[in-house]
Design a protein around this ligand. Structure first.
Ligand code: GUN
Ligand code: FE
Length: 450
């Protein structure tokens, strides 16, 4: 039984936000631990045979196929899987009260949670999301079930029990600050027990947003973050005016959310801040200085919330603030990262016009970077995933663009370059073009999945 696998064929990945590498014939060698041990960028091998060397199993990509890194979803509400698309156009607090909280409350039932989360994790993997930063519901047991399922199905994930101690309905909130923090610690311990090295699964500290947390809850989570420096942190940040006004009236001692979350010890390199639609220069500078990452959710920004305006991504990138993409399933209508990429481009073109050309729209290579390496950076996982650099883990997708794999993607023609085929896939492909999904070298979806 060979211990190494080698993938041979066209490979496309980002080296940085501005450098997309398109290699028509490359070889990626993966060891039994799922690490990339060699990456040869220009390789031709004679046809026939599927071994190279005694102990390397060769996987030749088929006609029309190419390899890309797995997608990173930096902001995803797993319990909203069954409510995606509902409440479009509503303002954020009305949408939470009217649609989301009644839905998420159902996850008090572990049987229901397992059923929906099974479908959700399968659905996200099918769409090529190899790493997701999940918000769970308020419930400890359901959150543990979500973590168990990610591990079992082989998805890399941050999984967070949502902290909600106030301004949430009686039927859907933590019983007390103490209970909220205790349940969080239970979830942290559970995830450490199922994946002791945190190689795939980690708990992410998840104050839903300041509105739903008493100051003591934020304080307690900040203390937990300090005691557990390996744990990521996530929250919603400057999403919409309705939310920002309510936040400032609950915390009148602050004039902005950056100062608020920083005060409670929740801002730093491991913070993943969703939305960041309305940003002053001061707050952008704070995010940059503190090393926070932004989860840009261009679909939900334009469909639910009330801002109906997407974040200033070009400005973030210019300032060197880390940015990735989030589907925010629930808030948006799609949990496809391809859809998020397209909407990020559309929203950025609108911002280009609004800024009189100062903030240029995103290109396809940039949107692709945001959904792979940029997302990895936001999750502080760039040493592990995001592209095919030697030493990283093999989180990858085999994309198919011909025959049965073609789906409704724009037809590929003989004269098309690899760059053109890639562009057709990014703009018109969908999960039908995602043939195999690998996480840490394991095929978790598609032919040969275990
Ligand atoms: N702010 C607090 N909770 C949520 C949520 O579930 N979705 C979005 N989009 N914003 C939020
Ligand atoms: Fe969200």
């Amino acid at each position: 039984m060979s211990t190494l696998r080698a993938f041979l064929g066209p490979v496309i990945h980002s080296l940085s936000a501005s450098e997309l590498e398109i290699l028509p014939s490359a070889l990626v060698v993966v060891n039994e631990k799922g690490q990339i041990t060699a990456f040869e960028k220009h390789v031709t091998l004679p046809l026939g045979g599927n071994t190279i060397g005694a102990d390397i199993q060769l996987h030749r990509l088929g006609p029309g196929q190419f390899l890309i890194p797995g997608f990173v979803d930096t902001h995803n509400h797993a319990p909203q899987w069954a409510q995606r698309g509902l409440g479009q156009g509503m303002h954020i607090l009305d949408w939470l009260d009217g649609i989301t909280f009644p839905n998420e409350a159902r996850f008090r039932d572990p049987v229901y949670a397992r059923r929906v989360y099974t479908s959700a994790v399968d659905g996200f993997l099918r769409q090529g999301i190899t790493m997701a930063s999940y918000y769970g519901s308020v419930h400890g047991e359901a959150t543990k079930i979500l973590a168990d399922l990610c591990l079992e199905k082989g998805q890399r994930a941050f999984v967070g029990k949502c902290n909600m101690t106030r301004n949430s309905p009686n039927y859907y909130r933590d019983a007390s600050v103490e209970e909220s923090l205790q349940t969080t610690e239970d979830c942290v311990a559970h995830m450490r027990s199922i994946d002791p090295t945190g190689s795939l699964i980690k708990h992410v500290l998840t104050p839903r947003f300041a509105i739903s947390c008493d100051p003591e809850a934020l304080q307690g989570l900040g203390a937990l973050a300090k005691r557990n420096p390996d744990l990521p942190i996530q929250t919603h940040f400057n999403e919409a005016e309705q939310e920002m006004t309510a936040t400032m009236s609950l915390f009148p001692q602050f004039t902005n959310e950056a100062d608020l979350y920083e005060h409670y010890g929740l801002l730093g390199q491991r913070s993943i801040l969703a939305h960041c639609c309305h940003m002053t220069d001061y707050e952008m500078q704070r995010l940059k200085d503190l090393g926070c990452g932004v989860a840009h959710c261009p679909i939900s920004n334009m469909t639910v919330g009330g801002g109906f305006m997407a974040a200033p991504v070009r400005d973030f990138m210019r300032r060197g603030i880390k940015v990735g993409l989030g589907t925010d399933s629930g808030g948006g209508f799609s949990s496809s990262i391809l859809d998020a990429m397209r909407q990020a481009m559309i929203a950025s073109h609108a911002r280009e016009v609004a800024s009189k050309g100062d903030d240029k729209g995103l290109t396809i290579p940039e949107a692709f970077y945001l959904s792979t390496l940029g997302g990895a950076e936001v999750c502080c996982l760039e040493a592990k995933i995001g592209n095919f650099a030697v030493g990283k883990e093999f989180d990858a997708l085999i994309i198919g663009t011909e025959g049965a794999d073609q789906g409704i993607m724009t037809m590929v023609e003989e004269q098309d370059s690899l760059k053109t085929v890639f562009e057709k896939f990014i703009m018109t492909g969908d999960d039908r073009n995602i043939v195999n999904v690998y996480v840490q070298g394991r095929c978790v979806m598609g032919q040969g999945s275990t």
